[in-house]
Design a protein around this ligand. Structure first.
Ligand SMILES: Nc1nc2c(ncn2[C@@H]2O[C@H](COP(=O)(O)OP(=O)(O)O)[C@@H](O)[C@H]2O)c(=O)[nH]1
Ligand SMILES: [Mg+2]
Ligand SMILES: [Zn+2]
Length: 349
């Protein structure tokens, strides 16, 4: 797992306060008291988490049955894709049929930084990450770069999906074409598609074969619509509409795993308004710009910051047209935003 930047004192304090509040709330809630007596539980078996709702989760066993479970308080972190050990209740009077007792170590995880909760896992045990962006809301390469940085920290190759190509017009055409060319030039696979017009959906489907993949990206880019296009029977609510039932409200905020006929599985994740990078060190952000790599070691000074330093090989590569200036500016912008966040937090101490 990638090493993570140390939280600033005020970040750590805020996150801890929030966790303490939640623990206190959970203790107050009588309803979450679970029958933990051994005689009330059946034998242990394995399953995978399909989705998690607060203190509960839907898990799937080897026969493909979905079982709604409580989660033992000793389980520290549980997310869609986790492999778990659970036990059924012998006599269940509630809607919950068993309890999750333990989580197997994760082979991989995609996390997002959350202002109140610190790093939150989005999905576990994934083989592939598809970064979805779209022509509406506007196609924003700077947001794509943030997701790329996050994925490049892992041992996983990202794929870029550009959705809503049906909305291509004279105003956005050159931006869209340049963006596709930019990322293909770096070596990324880029799939321009339309989920609702079903263009390119088959290509996405073939990418998902025999793997567990996750769709990540801003809210509204069409991640759920794409799952619906691949699995028309699923019918996920798009546009964040939720019914008034207790569980229904969570369906748009939690990741959920769907199985495909091609032995693949895809996880639909909730959108994030802003994908922050404060958990990453400057060097980790640099690692996210994979096309800079051949030049990093060639800078005149070993501690080159690649900003105003003389003899910077990355800046030379831009002059030589080998590296895109736009990506370099995006790199600088993210570093700057991060240093502003650090300053703000440190000045509060
Ligand atoms: N024009 C167009 N609209 C789309 C397309 N895909 C999704 N949408 C619309 O974009 C909105 C957000 O889609 P949704 O799947 O909820 O996005 P999510 O937040 O990423 O899951 C919905 O109104 C969809 O109908 C597409 O390919 N073309
Ligand atoms: Mg969605
Ligand atoms: Zn340099």
């Amino acid at each position: 797992m990638a090493k993570q930047k140390k939280l600033s004192k005020s970040q750590a304090r805020r996150i801890e306060e929030n966790q303490n509040k939640r623990i206190a709330k959970a203790k107050r809630q009588k309803a979450s008291d679970q029958p933990l007596d051994d005689s009330q539980l059946g034998p242990q078996s394995f399953a995978q988490v399909i989705t998690r709702y607060g203190q509960h989760a839907d898990i799937e066993n080897d026969s493909g049955e979905i079982i709604r479970c409580d989660i033992r308080r000793t389980v520290k972190s549980l997310v869609c894709g986790d492999n778990v050990i659970w036990r059924p209740y012998n006599n269940s009077s509630s809607e919950f049929a068993g309890v999750i007792e333990a989580v197997e170590p994760r082979k991989s995880e995609f996390v997002r930084p959350d202002f109140y909760d610190g790093l939150k896992p989005v999905a576990a045990n994934i083989d592939q990450i598809l970064i979805v962006s779209a022509l509406l809301p506007d196609l924003t390469p700077s947001i794509i770069d943030r997701y790329l940085i996050a994925v490049e920290q892992l041992d996983i190759t990202p794929v870029l999906i550009i959705n809503k190509m049906d909305l291509l017009n004279q105003d956005n055409q050159s931006l869209v074409e340049q963006t596709i060319e930019l990322y293909r030039g770096i070596g990324y696979q880029v799939l321009p598609i339309s989920a609702t017009e079903e263009q390119g959906v088959k290509d996405v489907e073939s990418l998902l074969e025999n793997k567990t993949s996750v769709f990540v990206g801003q809210s509204g880019v069409g991640k759920s619509s794409l799952v619906n296009a691949i699995l028309p029977d699923v019918n996920i609510l798009t546009k964040q509409v939720s019914d008034n039932s207790r569980l229904g409200q969570h369906t748009t905020t939690a990741s959920r795993l769907y199985r495909l006929a091609n032995k693949g599985a895809v996880i639909d994740s909730p959108g994030v308004r802003e994908f922050a990078m404060w958990h990453l060190e400057d060097e980790q952000i640099l690692d996210g710009f994979i096309e800079f790599k051949p030049y990093v070691g060639l800078c005149k000074f070993r501690d080159c910051q690649h900003k105003k330093d003389p003899g910077c090989a990355i800046k030379q590569a831009i002059k030589d047209g080998k590296v895109s200036k736009q990506r370099y500016q995006s790199f600088l912008k993210i570093l700057q935003t991060n240093s502003e966040i650090d300053l703000r937090h440190n000045s509060k101490m």
